[in-house]
Design a protein around this ligand. Structure first.
Ligand SMILES: Nc1nc2c(ncn2[C@@H]2O[C@H](COP(=O)(O)OP(=O)(O)O)[C@@H](O)[C@H]2O)c(=O)[nH]1
Ligand SMILES: [Mg+2]
Ligand SMILES: [Zn+2]
Length: 313
């Protein structure tokens, strides 16, 4: 712990001065803030009417009691993720570096969700990491590997793990990739996301209990976004139930650039404003014809183009 910061925090508390910390959990308009330099977490409210704070935000706050405070300012954000649907979007996490997509040999993972997660990561400048978990389930391994081959060929990192079967090995591999970064987790249920969190964060369950007590969320314990600090530095952000983000407010230009195999071809379409859907002389469609681009990837692109066109702005 940073002794000087702690001492300063103690002095400032009585003076009602501005303190600094990181938002580690959110539930409605309640936020839990971890003070810089350590010490007990504070339950904080934003000063304004509209809550615009996200987990991962660096904030300035003033303490109002030993365990409560008011957020008075939000630090500049590197990026900001939204959970969104056709009608509304809500910010939920900020200042991230990576997206860890947890898949498994079984149950069967959704390639549509994987494709969407990769697009969201690309569009938000997050580095995607794919975990193929449960490689101990040998009967299902060849098919899962084959389904991921396309993504390896696109340059994405795929880590093969058995979080439950070979925990020590899994921990080492994950630590190497997560150390010093802010990583958000994503996975369908059953893939082993909770097992992975518990492996990396030994006191994850206690932390969750503390957060849910502090935020008074009672039985809604699984629905809030939370940030766990990794023992070796960096953080993991878990947002249970969350499978999609940031796709609805993409522009067409961002969307086409979120497909890495499209990028080198974008300047070669006959029409400068080509939508890559059915235009003559489209370099993307030509690449599909001669097998350089998988038709499924262009189909996902076309589906997302359709979805963004439906957004009520
Ligand atoms: N065979 C096998 N099972 C695993 C592995 N990791 C997790 N599981 C099991 O998969 C099931 C779902 O795991 P859980 O962590 O709850 O998944 P979540 O829904 O993604 O949070 C549980 O029964 C785990 O014990 C693994 O590496 N191998
Ligand atoms: Mg779980
Ligand atoms: Zn085109």
């Amino acid at each position: 712990m940073n002794r000087r910061a702690t001492k300063a925090a103690g002095a400032a508390k009585s003076a009602g001065a501005t303190l600094h910390g990181v938002v580690i959990a959110a539930h409605g308009r309640h936020y839990l803030v971890a003070p810089d330099g350590g010490g007990a977490h504070l339950q904080c409210f934003p000063r304004g009417k509209k809550s615009e704070v996200a987990v991962g935000d660096r904030v300035e706050y003033q303490s109002t009691s030993a365990d409560q405070g008011v957020i008075v300012a939000i630090g500049e954000r590197r990026n900001l993720l939204y959970r969104s649907d056709q009608f509304k979007s809500k910010l939920f996490a900020a200042n991230l570096d990576q997206l860890l997509i947890v898949l498994a040999t079984e149950p069967h993972f959704s390639e549509d969700l994987l494709g969407r997660a990769l697009v969201a990561a690309e569009a938000n400048d997050l580095k995607p990491l794919i975990v193929l978990n449960k490689i101990d389930v040998e009967a299902a391994l060849p098919l899962a590997r084959a389904r991921l081959e396309r993504y390896r060929a696109l340059g994405y990192t795929v880590l093969e793990l058995s979080v439950k079967g070979r925990p020590q090995e899994a921990r080492e591999t994950l630590a190497e990739h997560l150390h010093g970064h802010q990583t958000i987790l994503l996975g369908q249920s059953g893939m082993g996301k909770s097992t992975l969190v518990n492996l990396l964060i030994p006191d994850a369950e206690a932390a969750t209990r503390e957060i849910s007590t502090a935020l008074n969320s009672g039985r809604h314990t699984t629905t809030f976004t939370r940030l766990y600090r990794l023992p070796e530095g960096g953080a993991l952000i878990d947002s249970p139930g969350f499978q999609e983000f940031g796709l609805y407010h993409l522009t067409e230009g961002k969307l086409e650039r979120a497909f890495p195999e499209f990028r080198p071809l974008l300047a070669h379409c006959r029409f400068y404003n080509c939508h890559h859907l059915h235009e003559p002389g489209c370099a993307i469609l030509e690449a599909i014809d001669d097998g350089r681009i998988a038709p499924e990837r262009q189909a996902l692109y076309a589906q997302l183009m359709h979805e963004i066109s439906q957004v009520v702005r």
